[in-house]
Design a protein around this ligand. Structure first.
Ligand code: SAM
Length: 296
């Protein structure tokens, strides 16, 4: 079938004009208009005809066309109902694409995967709406949705935060959460002129290859993430004070100090210097102590 490749800017302009489409800022609509970037994303996602791909926010179908050529099946979830007739046009003839008009944060993705892929792990590929990058990615991880890899365009600063380690100013709760569930790799930086309209921020493609098992053994995941959040919520404080001041951590200060000492760290240590493995050890040490509020 001879359909216009939307990664070519003039073809995108033609479709937008044909449907008199107005961009909605609230939905983070910045459409890709660069075929080299699209090729790079598809290559990094490493898709083949055995794969089911979930695309979040297909827009006018620019990346969906590339995904449909490479994958066995594509489920494309788009919130903006004005884009649905456009997608039906630009993706006409692709038998392996299912367009779903829904909010991805409300969709039963697990149910979709059982229905369309017998519950087997899928690949997520998207030029994400930046305003919900973290809830989308953390939702997939925390709900243990069967996902093999996530290859997505995100704000450059967010990609840096996901990939970095201790000692870097970008290191924080997002870095540790992402690295607990996946191995991050920044594939490419992408400038604003590759999008229509141009975003105000730089972008990057990041691939997160999901771990089959987390790289560290954690007795109580919720406790570890409460500890991580408490440590970074009060960056200027020592780790002990950060944890002691948090209403999520109910251990007495001497118990906290003792657990920090077991790590081989001094009283002045800050959370931002701890690795994922050290946070896991700290949380395992605390998980063995009786909690004063009787949570355990
Ligand atoms: N994939 C297209 C491209 O690369 O040209 C569009 C990407 S654009 C950055 C983000 C897309 O996500 C938009 O089409 C937007 O309407 C859609 N979107 C925003 N919020 C969404 C949500 N909660 N659920 C599903 N789609 C959403």
């Amino acid at each position: 079938m001879n359909r216009p490749v939307l990664g070519i800017p003039q073809n995108t302009i033609d479709i937008l004009q044909k449907y008199n489409f107005s961009f909605q800022k609230k939905f983070g609509q910045n459409f890709l208009i660069d075929t080299h970037v699209l090729d790079k994303i598809i290559r990094a996602a490493d898709i083949n005809k055995e794969d089911m791909v979930l695309e979040v926010g297909p827009g006018i179908g620019t990346m969906t066309q590339f995904l449909a050529e490479a994958a066995g099946k594509v489920a494309a979830v788009e919130i903006d109902k004005n884009l649905i007739p456009i997608l039906n046009d630009t993706l006409a003839g692709y038998e392996n694409v299912r367009i779903i008009n829904d909010d991805v944060l409300k969709l039963d993705i697990r149910g979709l995967i059982s229905e369309e892929n017998e519950g087997k792990p899928i690949k997520v590929v998207a030029n994400l709406p930046y305003y919900i990058t973290t809830p989308i990615i953390m939702g997939l991880f925390e709900e243990h949705v069967p996902v093999e890899s996530i290859t997505v365009m995100v704000q450059k600063e967010v990609a840096d935060r996901m990939q970095t380690g201790p000692g870097n100013k970008d290191y924080g709760a997002l870095s540790l959460a992402v690295q607990y569930y996946a191995k991050p790799y920044i594939v490419a930086n992408v400038p604003p002129n590759c999008f229509m309209p141009r975003p105000k921020v730089g972008s990057a493609v990041i691939r997160l290859t999901c771990h089959e098992r987390p790289p560290v053994a954690v007795e109580d995941e919720r406790l570890m993430f409460d500890i991580i959040r408490a440590s970074f919520n009060q960056r200027r404080k020592t780790l002990a004070n950060g944890l002691n001041n948090s209403d999520k951590i109910a251990f007495p200060k001497e118990v906290i100090m003792d657990a920090i000492e077991q790590l081989g760290k001094g009283a002045s240590v800050r959370g931002e210097s701890l690795t994922l493995e050290e946070f896991a050890r700290l949380s395992n040490a605390l998980a063995q102590r009786p909690c004063p509020d009787g949570d355990f």
